[in-house]
Design a protein. Structure first.
Length: 552
């Protein structure tokens, strides 16, 4: 069956025009010529959204989203509450129920809207997943060439050996020109991102044109599908060492997930979304979607070089002062400029990285790293986790927001996100924790909690643990030294964590965080306070009812 027939049967599209599987160069020109919409508050819906730089097609495409959608529209993200799926989905404020009847009517109106205007739609066929045992064919169908180009960047194109492709294919219909009526359509606002697990459709309508929607919608889908197969989907980075020793690193934003996985002595599997299956670890993606705000080009040379490469996409970065975008060299762009958003982004192929594991796949991991950046300054720089500790800290997903990073935050704030990616976890958190525990036991994987945050006091008083110390602790963990039989530990009296007493290349004094505080009583008070935050989060989320054992 042709893709046209497939879309006619699935959606009812019959009077539209398609531009199918265009090259990235073709999509570059199409985006500049045709992608139109709002790019500034109060602006019209006919403004140019995509621009070239001074490098033209030999450089990046620069794209501007709607000003109300410079990140994922979490309040407008839903799944259709079909009865056969309702009990297994993890419903929450950023993944809400959408009434099936309302959805069916809305989808029909969107298709009618496209048919009536004889819309021109870009179609890009890719896959989500590099391993054919689970890879899902993913068909992007949408009004913006930029989004099709983004799909090409971010997902594998040729995955051989996927069986029954037509029965596994997911289709995203992305229509920024259709605006919802909440009273009529059942949406929260004029936009909506809706996942239909029964019919394998992702519907994106209205001012939801942030490129990350094309990526994270499918990640959320895979987080439902993989556990159904008995396999683990993960929000993590992954790499493999010279002796074939795999590692995965879980962590929220700002904890070092991307930076620490980019190791010159290890091959990168990927920096964000992975599966752990019977075949080992594999990347869902074929690209990277990096934050650009305040990028240090010397510290991140791969991203800095890729900024000038053809076929990449820069999102929501304004031109240099006094210049049009077409006059700017990409290296001239002021990456500290947050006038559009703090969440400036950059999409580039995985191949831009210098040493990628073949096929973006690797072995079963020997080492699991749970990253946190404790701005309270009380967690140890590293702790060796037993199985029950892994479940607890994985389900907690703790890090801390820093004072000054958001209006109104004057001291560190605890942030908990189950499985280090709660908004994208479409099944209940305990499902992923159980799968992680089972796979670790089966493959004899070890686990550490690695704190890249502060010591000697909280943020503003103490200082951040040095990257050299963090690297040394990570390297020791990857080599198995922190788990060796002759390693001596002390147990933290408040958190119950096993703290190694020594590590090559690291001052042993810092391994117990209490030692680094001048005021020991202040440390004890701060530690008790953080422990109570963990306990409150555990109780509030009802994790005990899901079979998770409290360890604090």
């Amino acid at each position: 069956m042709s893709f046209q027939d497939d879309l006619r049967n699935l959606l009812g599209l019959d009077t539209v025009q398609y531009k199918y599987n265009l090259s990235k160069e073709e999509l570059f020109h199409e985006a500049i010529a045709n992608d139109r919409g709002r790019i500034r508050a109060g602006g019209g819906d006919d403004e140019q959204k995509a621009h070239a730089t001074a490098l033209g097609v030999k450089g990046p495409l620069v794209y501007n989203t709607d000003p109300t959608c410079t990140g994922r529209p979490v309040q407008d993200t839903f799944a259709v509450a079909w009865p056969e799926f309702e009990e297994t989905i993890w419903w929450k404020k950023d993944f809400k129920k959408f009434d099936p009847d309302k959805y069916t009517s809305l989808l029909a109106r969107v298709v009618e809207h496209l048919n009536e205007k004889g819309a021109e739609l870009y179609v890009k066929d890719v896959y989500c997943g590099n391993d054919p045992s689970y890879a899902a064919p993913y068909r992007f169908v949408g009004e913006y060439a930029t989004h099709a180009m983004f799909a090409h960047n971010m997902f594998p194109k040729d995955v051989e050996g996927v069986e029954d492709e037509a029965d596994k294919r997911w289709t995203m219909l992305n229509v920024p020109s259709f605006h919802c009526d909440p009273d009529r359509d059942g949406s929260h606002s004029g936009r909506a991102v809706i996942m239909d697990l029964k019919n394998r459709i992702g519907l994106v309508v209205g001012r939801a044109d942030y490129c990350g929607v094309v990526k994270k919608t499918m990640f959320t889908v895979m987080n439902y599908l993989l556990p159904q197969m008995g396999e683990l989907s993960m929000h993590c980075s992954a790499n493999v060492g010279a002796r074939g020793d795999g590692a995965i690193l879980f962590g929220l934003s700002g904890t070092g997930k991307t930076t620490l996985s980019a190791d010159p002595d290890r091959q990168l599997i990927g920096d964000d979304e992975h599966a752990w299956t019977g075949n080992g670890v594999s990347n869902f993606e074929d690209g990277c979607y990096a934050k650009l705000i305040d990028l240090d080009k010397q510290a991140e040379p791969v991203i800095a070089a890729a900024l000038s490469m053809a076929g990449t996409i820069i999102e929501n970065v304004p031109p240099a002062p006094g210049k049009t975008m077409e006059e700017c060299d990409p290296q001239e762009l002021d990456l500290t400029d947050s006038s559009i958003t703090e969440n400036t982004r950059f999409s580039y192929p995985l191949a831009c990285n210098p040493d990628v594991a073949p096929g973006a796949k690797g072995p079963h991991p020997e080492t699991i790293v749970l990253l946190t950046a404790d701005a309270f300054g009380v967690l140890p720089p590293v702790a060796v986790l037993e199985a029950r500790d892994v479940m607890y800290h994985f389900i907690s997903g703790f890090t801390a927001k820093l004072a000054g990073t958001e209006v109104g935050i004057t001291e560190p704030q605890a942030a908990f996100s189950a499985c280090f990616g709660a908004p994208f976890m479409s099944q209940k958190a305990s499902v992923y924790a159980k799968l992680l525990s089972e796979k670790m036991a089966k493959h004899d994987a070890r686990c550490i909690l690695l704190n890249t945050g502060w010591g000697g006091g909280p943020y503003g008083v103490g200082k951040r643990i040095s990257i050299d110390d963090t690297r040394a602790l990570l390297n020791a963990a990857l080599a198995g030294e922190l788990h060796s039989e002759d390693m001596e530990y002390e147990v933290h009296p408040v958190f119950g964590l096993k703290m190694p007493k020594s590590c090559p290349g690291v001052d042993a004094q810092i391994l117990n965080p209490r030692n680094t505080w001048a005021d020991k009583e202040a440390y004890d008070t701060a530690a008790d306070k953080l422990r109570d935050m963990f306990r409150a989060n555990f109780d509030d989320k009802g994790f005990a009812d899901l079979g998770i054992e409290p360890v604090m």
